[in-house]
Design a protein around this ligand. Structure first.
Ligand SMILES: [Mg+2]
Length: 237
């Protein structure tokens, strides 16, 4: 990837700059929430929770992000025994507390990311465009790992309101960089997901680099035809 081909770099955050997939390769970020929801008597099995949670995620259409407490409220409300609102509210608080502790332990910088950012930091301005279900968390986690200073801006879906692949969050990022939609070709967009990163960034006319994580997880999708890819940050210089 030649530096003269672009003026900005936009990075996805999770499983690109910060890893949050678990030992099984799962990147849902749910941690032990399914177990706790079963323990609290809302669901018969972890799988039941996961199905209900997936449905709750899809409730709001048109590209809008749904925050974690709302997702959990809808998930628990769909339990077979029709729990009351007080029981749901109490359980949501317990689940969120558990999630905070679990997720804090789970996340870690992606291997080689610090060196990669140190290299590009002095060469190109960069920003972050992240989906997340709690506002300002991507920024806070980047701070925690000493990575925040490499970026001019961090856009997250919970704070902005719309999530990738909706184009509005990409336009918002372009505006943060002082660019218009017509300047999209001046941006190199780097991310690990075909659906959330590669396809929408390509549709908008950005240059795209797929961070293919196949070496750390077998379950990831292959790189799309005609898209540049790396498997390791050491290859992005
Ligand atoms: Mg990602």
């Amino acid at each position: 990837m030649k530096g003269e081909d672009f003026d900005w770099i936009f990075f996805d955050c999770f499983n690109t700059l910060i890893d949050d997939f678990d030992v099984h390769g799962d990147e849902s970020g749910l941690c032990s929430l399914p177990e706790l929801a079963v323990e609290l008597g809302f669901f018969q099995s972890n799988a039941d929770f996961v199905v209900a949670y997936a449905r709750a995620r899809e409730l709001r259409q048109e590209g809008k992000e749904i925050h974690l407490p709302e997702r959990l409220t809808h998930t628990l409300a769909s339990a077979a025994h029709r729990p009351g609102s007080a029981a749901i509210k109490e359980a949501v608080l317990l689940l969120q507390t558990r999630w905070e502790a679990d997720y804090h332990r789970l996340i870690r910088p992606t291997p080689g990311v610090t060196e990669m950012l140190a290299y590009w930091s002095s060469r190109k301005p960069a920003g972050v465009v992240s989906n997340f279900f709690l506002p300002q968390r991507p920024e806070r986690y980047l701070e925690r790992f000493g990575l925040r200073s490499h970026f001019r801006f961090v856009v997250d879906s919970a704070h902005f309101g719309f999530r990738k692949p909706d184009h509005r969050i990409f336009y918002h990022a372009l505006a943060q960089a002082g660019l218009s939609a017509a300047d999209a070709h001046r941006v190199l967009y780097v991310g690990d997901r075909n659906d959330l990163d590669v396809r929408p960034a390509r549709q908008l006319g950005m240059r795209v680099l797929h961070f293919n994580r196949h070496r750390s997880r077998q379950c990831v999708e292959p790189t799309l035809d005609g898209v540049a890819a790396i498997h390791d940050w050491a290859d992005f210089r």
